[in-house]
Design a protein around this ligand. Structure first.
Ligand SMILES: [Fe+2]
Ligand SMILES: [Fe+2]
Length: 147
């Protein structure tokens, strides 16, 4: 994989993470409106993880000396709160598949480390539909967060 391809892959990952962030942000708002603090907490933890994934990918680009381009704001699907779990599980399975393919394609060691970490987190999301699965020691510096 050329460096250009690697940058494109990281940008695509950022686009996906932004979509996931906006997805969970909307649902968190719905849960708060519905006075459902338990669901809001779960969704908020997922949201925090997705923001963290975004930060890791952005940090990797910066380490490579590449400017992280802004990513498009995707349309946020209109899934109702009472159907969020099946929909989110399907989305997380897609994330797992994407990161598995990415890990298989990438040989750059630091990028692989980041991708493998995120993949592990996405598997937890899929299996538990909860968050806080990114190790704290890997937190990116403040100011790097998007969404
Ligand atoms: Fe993610
Ligand atoms: Fe996820």
């Amino acid at each position: 994989m050329t460096e250009t391809d690697l940058v494109a892959l990281l940008q695509e990952g950022r686009r996906r993470e932004r979509a996931q962030t906006l997805y969970y942000r909307r649902l968190t708002g719905l849960a708060e409106e519905a006075n459902d603090p338990v669901t809001a907490e779960r969704l908020n933890a997922l949201l925090a993880d997705e923001q963290h994934h975004m930060s890791r990918l952005t940090a990797r680009l910066l380490e490579m000396g590449v400017r992280a381009e802004p990513v498009d704001t995707p349309p946020v699907p209109d899934v109702p709160l009472d159907a969020w779990e099946d929909d989110a599980r399907r989305r997380e399975q897609e994330e797992v598949g994407w990161y598995e393919e990415a890990v298989a394609m990438v040989s750059d060691a630091p990028t692989r480390t980041a991708l493998i970490e995120i993949l592990s987190s996405e598997k937890h999301h899929r299996d538990e539909l909860g968050g806080k699965w990114m190790p704290a020691s890997r937190q990116s510096p403040d100011g790097d967060e998007e969404g």
